[in-house]
Design a protein around this ligand. Sequence first.
Ligand code: URA
Length: 185
Amino acid sequence: MITWEEFDGKCLDCHKCRLCETRTNVVIGKGSKKAEIMFIGEGPGEQEDLTGVPFVGLAGQLLQKMLLAAGIDENHYYICNIVKCRPPKNRVPLDDEITNCMNYLRYQFLLVRPKIIVCLGSTAAKAVIDKNFKITQQRGSWIERKGVHIIATFHPAALLRDVSKKKPAWEDMKSIRKKLDEITA
Ligand code: URA
């Protein structure tokens, strides 16, 4: 099995797709490496690219507030993205970029061994759950794969654009908290 050091090295050296040409930093992940919950976003934005840390921009700050309100602290989660390098102008990552980067996500999953996976937004849900996933219709429902509980919710950036999504996203956050309580009981 790969170590975290080897994994970080592989990510930092990665030149598998065009995103390496425009990145400032590779954005690998943050949070507890023994977390029960793994949150998966789409890809780094501008602030994340500049700092090398995921979810530090406005969307990340909103997510942080929601997690705090739900009582989910950094000991309980690890957060990362489908692609580890910022797509230019924050465009949606292309299929080949996602395919190339999914192996890194698999390593992260094997290293952290979370019991709960939360896909943040459509790109993550399509890559992790089902390529035809419809976020508006299918968010908030749990599925189970090999003992891992998986759910998708709106991406926090979508909540900033459309406040009507905040209420269902908050319901999802409470459901995630409940699942955490169940699996740690
Ligand atoms: N949006 C994402 O999907 N990931 C980040 O790290 C930041 C914003």
